[in-house]
Design a protein around this ligand. Structure first.
Ligand SMILES: Cc1ncc(COP(=O)(O)O)c(C=O)c1O
Length: 463
């Protein structure tokens, strides 16, 4: 049921609704005339206008509040318009808007210190980028220069970004039309028990067999030709498949055995999303490089980076690192990171994400799975959950084919929005990925809306 919003109400940013709507209508017309959108057939989209946001909510072009279960693109970990982060950006803008990367700047230095404080092991140096894809580009470049090798391994069912190397690392259909087969990337199958490629009966088998498969790929490709293995600590867009116990430690062991650099992509999973500062912390593993973006400052100003271990940093101690960006460690982005990380510590936001996962989402989503025949599996950690929708529980036939949507999925998404929830959807999955600041009441409200939307999905189940 769409919420009816009275005229002349005030949005959380203080703007009158009728004025904001008029602005939104003009913005929409200009958007359709001039803005070229990511990953889209330009004439086939009707993008949603967003007029305002606060906490766990966004207000659409009509002024209807929607519970943001997407965190936009899974990055507003601290919620929308957090006052401390907004103030930090305003203060930094008044103090010093921009400084080129070759100079020292207080905001950048402090952001690097705070990030290093939370990374595992000795990943104590930070190279700042503008986002996640370029963080992965640079991590791979560092690994190639460090090892003197070229090839990189990454898993199918992964996303690592839209730039050249990053999109080739990606193991989902977004790679296909960008892949000329010359990127030096070889893909392997990672663990995913629900759709096991290894015919495993349980998590232990899945971990052992996925590791044996990875070892085999390394052998066949030639260990001495492989610079790095790149893995999302918990794969995000491709389905939030939390690795079974032992898998990540096994990957670490293979990397050590063959002198391969282990790059953990924490762009989506990092900074609280899984209920820990970094998702790799669930597995007690220390990678050689961590790439991050999104949650580091909740995307209030674009920022990403690579956290670098002592071993890799030493390669560039006396030999220059051949890479850089004009805006590396931009003060506005760095100030937003400092305020974000401090607020996350002060307000127990990572702990909140962990608690919501164990107390609300875990039990709540499992109850939905029991009630709805369209739910094949729910899985996740913290505020990072996937609902895998199927047309047939026995065969596990997905409700949309791999790499595509379907009328059934579109109906489910529409039902979420009609109920007042902005979902994150990918192929046959709905992800529950709200801000880490979400309250219990909001999380439960979201589950209720999902419950109603899943009734729509159930109608598409083959009886
Ligand atoms: C795991 C992961 N890596 C890398 C990226 C790319 O980040 P960006 O879009 O900031 O370039 C994303 C974006 O969704 C991601 O989820």
């Amino acid at each position: 049921m769409t919420t009816t919003v009275p005229e002349h109400v005030t949005l959380p940013n203080g703007q009158q609704l009728d004025e904001a709507r008029a602005e939104g209508e003009r913005a929409y017309a200009l958007d359709r005339a001039h803005v070229f959108h990511s990953w889209s057939a330009q004439e086939q989209i009707t993008p949603m206008t967003i007029l305002a946001s606060e906490g766990s909510y966004v207000w659409d072009g009509a002024g209807t509040p929607l519970l943001d279960f997407s965190s936009q693109l899974v990055y507003t970990n601290i919620g929308h318009q957090h006052p401390k982060v907004v103030a930090a950006i305003q203060n930094q803008a008044a103090k010093l808007c921009t400084v080129a990367p070759q100079f020292v700047n207080e905001a950048r230095s402090e952001a690097a210190r705070l990030i290093a404080e939370h990374t595992p092991g000795d990943l104590n140096k930070v190279f700042f980028t503008n986002g996640g894809a370029d963080a992965n580009e640079h991590a791979v470049r560092m690994a190639r220069l460090h090892t003197g090798r070229y090839k990189v391994l990454s898993r199918y069912r992964s996303y690592h970004g839209g730039t050249d190397t990053a999109v080739n690392l990606t193991g989902d259909p977004r790679r296909w039309r960008n892949d000329y087969g010359n990127s030096g990337v070889v893909h392997f199958n990672g663990p995913f028990l629900y759709r096991s490629q290894f015919h495993s009966a349980d998590e232990q088998q899945e971990a052992e067999r996925a590791l044996a498969h990875l070892d085999q790929v390394i052998q066949m490709e030639g260990p001495a030709s492989i610079a790095a293995i790149v893995l999302e600590s918990v794969p995000g867009t491709s389905g939030i498949m939390v690795s079974p116990p032992g898998y990540m430690a096994g990957v670490r062991e293979l990397c050590d055995r063959y002198g391969i650099v282990f790059i953990a992509d924490e762009v989506m999973a990092g900074f609280g999303r899984t209920g820990k500062w970094f998702a790799i912390d669930h597995f007690d593993v220390v990678p050689d490089l961590i790439t991050f973006a999104k949650g580091v400052n909740s995307g209030y100003v674009p920022l990403g980076g690579v956290a670098i271990s002592g071993k890799i940093a030493s390669t560039f101690a006396d030999s220059p690192y051949p890479g850089g960006l004009t805006y590396s460690g931009h003060p506005l982005a760095a100030a937003a990171a400092v305020a974000t990380i401090n607020a996350m510590e002060e307000e127990g936001i990572v702990e909140n994400a962990a608690r919501i996962g164990t107390e609300v989402f875990g039990p709540g989503l499992r109850a939905l799975a029991e009630r709805h025949p369209s739910v094949g599996e729910v899985r996740g950690l913290g505020v990072f959950w996937a609902i895998e929708l199927v047309a047939d529980r026995a065969t596990r036939e997905p409700l949309a084919p791999y790499g595509a949507s379907s009328p059934a999925m579109n109906e489910v998404i529409a039902a979420c929005k009609a109920g007042g929830l902005l979902p994150f959807a990918n192929f046959n999955r709905i992800h529950a990925v709200p801000p880490c600041t979400i309250t219990d009441a909001e999380a439960r409200q979201g589950l209720e809306i999902l419950d109603a939307a899943l009734d729509v999905a159930d109608r598409h189940v083959k009886s």
